[in-house]
Design a binder for this molecule. Sequence first.
Ligand code: GLU
Length: 480
Amino acid sequence: MIRVRFAPSPTGDLHIGGARTALFNWLYARNQGGKFILRIEDTDRERSTLAANKAIFEGLEWLGLDWDEGPKVDGSYGPYFQTERLKIHQEHIQKLIEAGHAYYCFCTPEELEKKRQEAAARKEPPKYDETCRRLPPEKVKELLAQKVPYVIRFKLEPVGETIVDDKIRGKVVFKNEVLDDFVIMKSDGFPTYNFACVVDDHLMEISHVIRGDDHLSNTPRQILLYRAFGWPLPKFAHLPMILGKDKTRLSKRHGATSVIKYRDLGYLPEAVLNYIARLGWGYGDEEIFSREELIKKFSLKGVGKTSAVFDTDKLNWLNGKYIRKILPERLVDLCEPLLIEAYGDHDFEHLKKVVLAFHDRLVLIPDIVPLSKYFFKEVKEYDPQGIEKHFKSEHSRQILETLKEKLTQLESFTKDKIEPVFKELAAELNVKLGIVIHPCRLALTGALESPPMYDVIEVLGKAKVIARLEQALSFIPRLP
Ligand code: GLU
């Protein structure tokens, strides 16, 4: 049975890197018919918050990454919050102590800091000097009876090597002499990440540990713990780093890193999901994958070793592609609150027509607000370049004058009736259609670009169109 897990520490929002780890685990489970488990690693009592738990659920839910076991769902391997597993962890710590694989350490933080500094002065790596490993059992008993604060350390044999046989990175060899007797239980009685992770992965029968390669250096310690318990190892797969465009590790400096921020900026979840999937994974040179295609095509073999670069331009491009694909009703639902906020309450039918006129033009959902301004507000100024090009040309005035007359006469103000007016006028003047359209567009929108002219005219309606043509006609003679 394939069982994978996403094990975030709830210390902030769900970030792009975390979401990528969650997605690859989810895809692997869905592709293999396995289970995807969510485990909240909240043993760092100072940094874990309830708000962060919520933010993680919200991010995963927005991306549609549903978990088969975990908070709010449960399953037979719980609890799924690590702090609720404290008893289990403490029992396992005892087992390691009894088996001689772990010991009490009473060194104070001040002593340890001093030793670290001395080691640094000698240009040696900061390793624990094993003082308490050598304490006689009676001394340990005495100190425990005196309630001297302690941590528990793993007893490591600093010889030989530990090999991480990674599904992505291949064999990675760590010399045990660079490791030290690391802490497995902190003085507050809570287990450390490495310890809790191993115990929980084992008890939850995790078959594949898929996580960011920032954890690769933890893996030899975890393997040593598995060995000390006599447990089989899961398979490991460490995902390549995600960098910003400047090739440094992705961080806030590169823009939004929280997934939910992307929702708030107006990205579609399917675009973000598709984009995140491509951060380190590929399938030929394909770029666009539906959720179903991702599930079908995903494999750990498709994950590369080289770092992925987060490129907002590409994400924007994908978002535009996905906006073109969504149903008109959904686009209207997404745009409606933004338009109402910007321009006040409006007739829904009108608002719908405005939104749909821009279906082909939006990159981000909030783009609708500035782009559609002239449908809700008067045109107060004209694009200066437009003035030079389209209001000062030979026929501008005559074109706008004639359009005004002909459009005034139209009984039904629909695209199919509007189009012939422009075509006839172009023929009469013996000019290209654009020559007629450009000054009209500038007069009606103030801008150089807009959705197709006949759509704009129909959606604006007769009264506004005539008024704006008149406004432009009184503006042109005043031009220098
Ligand atoms: N809690 C760890 C983190 O958020 C989990 C690492 C792991 O997947 O083992 O980085």
